[in-house]
Design a protein around this ligand. Structure first.
Ligand SMILES: [Zn+2]
Ligand SMILES: [Zn+2]
Length: 426
């Protein structure tokens, strides 16, 4: 019998960690972290590296890879991931350790230990992980993100979506659904109960805001996640309104260079190169002090205004009503970005009443409910189990209801919490 242990990511968006066990062998799908209300990291349940044949990482976000170096304090198990995932993760983990090292039981040396056990995977190629077989395809979520098709030693076929996007974006193609029989689908549910507005509509809104602001001699500040969102926004602006100057600041610059390094993962590498050529990278403080003084677009990390150059720009731009601030990333409750949206100010930054116009646009890199449902429909003829993970309780409950209306009664829908063990019957 095949079992899935939910070590993290059950009823929460964060610390994804799923152990698949069959015939005395096991592999781990992701080993990430979450953060509590005080921003302290929380870890998934413990697993002994000696019990694992391998670790498979879906993508570079910390909620999928952030706890993995813990397995390399004593362990030497192979870790399967794409090359860009490793490069992106290195930057994120170094940054994470700078802020949170007091709460973390590993150091960069354990990360490097993990690197020395890396097996780089290419999309569409089968790999043996002990008695398991692994095949990854592009998940369309961020550079190098994978959906994982896993065949267990007894021949049970599992698809783990990781984080997935089912629409084409400027930088990446939509997730690639491999023609394969799937018995058990482990699917993310971040937006399981919600639809996103059409991407075309949101992009038009963004273009209108920028044109209006710049025509009015204002600056548009777009705080954005370094991975994915920054590159998307750059692409939209450069393609639709190329006459507007675009500045990129913070970790987004290094991340953009990694996007260029792995151009073969991009939807249109030549176009992206052109977009980057026309974007100004802010290099240090002498640049930073100048760029916001004339009409332009500034894309800066961090996306939730938790730190990084976006905070500097926000303070500088906050007194002039000709400017605009456009939030395009998810804003966690209690984050400065969330406070700005709900109170119109961020007290800890000395901003009581933000003068610029403030917008929030939905440019998510996760599929909405229709996209997620399209994955289920693709595989429903053989499906026996659907496991809903990586979602808040509300999304999961809503998503379960929607799925129930679309699959046969005998398909089991599991909504596990952390610590649960799911037994999969044939
Ligand atoms: Zn992600
Ligand atoms: Zn995630």
């Amino acid at each position: 019998m095949v079992k899935i242990r939910i070590l993290g990511g059950g009823g929460e968006v964060g610390r994804s960690a799923f152990q698949v066990i069959d015939r005395g062998k096991s592999v781990l799908l992701d080993y990430g972290i979450n953060f509590d209300e005080e921003d302290k990291p929380c870890f998934p349940e413990h697993v002994r590296p000696v019990d694992l044949s391998g670790l498979i990482i879906s993508h570079a976000h910390l909620d999928h890879i952030g706890a993995s170096p813990l397995l390399y304090i004593t362990g030497r198990i192979p870790v399967y991931l794409t090359k860009p995932t490793l490069d992106l993760a290195r930057l994120l983990i170094i940054d994470f350790l700078k802020i949170s090292s007091a709460y973390v039981d590993y150091d960069i040396s354990e990360f490097e230990n993990m690197v020395s056990n890396a097996v780089f995977i290419n999309y569409g190629v089968e790999y043996s992980v002990d008695d398991f077989t692994l095949l990854a395809t592009s998940a369309g979520h961020i550079l190098g993100s994978s959906m994982i098709y896993l065949e267990t030693p007894s021949g049970h076929n599992i698809l783990y979506t990781g984080d997935v996007n089912t629409i084409n974006t400027w930088t990446l193609s939509a997730a690639e659904l491999w023609p394969k029989k799937v018995d058990t689908l482990i699917i993310e549910s971040t937006y399981g109960d919600r639809k996103h507005p059409s991407r075309h509509f949101v992009e038009k809104q963004l273009v209108n805001i920028i044109e209006e602001t710049v025509d009015n001699n204002g600056v548009v500040l777009i705080p954005a996640f370094s991975i994915g969102r920054s590159q998307e926004v750059m692409s939209i602006v450069q393609t639709e309104i190329p006459h507007v100057e675009v500045y990129l600041d913070g970790m987004s610059c290094e991340i953009t260079n990694i996007y260029l390094k792995y151009r073969e993962f991009l939807r249109d590498p030549a176009l992206f190169e052109k977009i980057v050529e026309n974007t100004y990278f802010v290099r240090g403080w002498s640049d930073r002090r100048k760029v916001w003084r004339k009409p332009c677009v500034i894309i800066a990390s961090a996306g939730m205004l938790k730190g990084g150059p976006s905070v500097y720009y926000l303070k500088k731009l906050s007194d002039d009503s000709r400017n605009s601030v456009v939030l395009v990333s998810y804003q966690a409750p209690n984050s400065p970005g969330f406070k700005l949206l709900s109170n119109g100010g961020v007290e800890e930054y000395g901003i009581i009443n933000l003068k610029p116009r403030l917008y929030w646009l939905d440019l998510s890199s996760h599929a909405g409910k229709d996209g997620l449902l399209s994955i289920i429909k693709k595989y429903r003829s053989f499906l026996k189990n659907i496991v809903l993970i990586h979602g808040e309780t509300e999304s999961i409950v809503g998503f379960k209801k929607i799925i129930r209306e679309n699959v046969d009664e005998d398909v089991k829908i599991h909504t596990p919490v952390n610590g649960d063990e799911i037994e999969l019957f044939e």
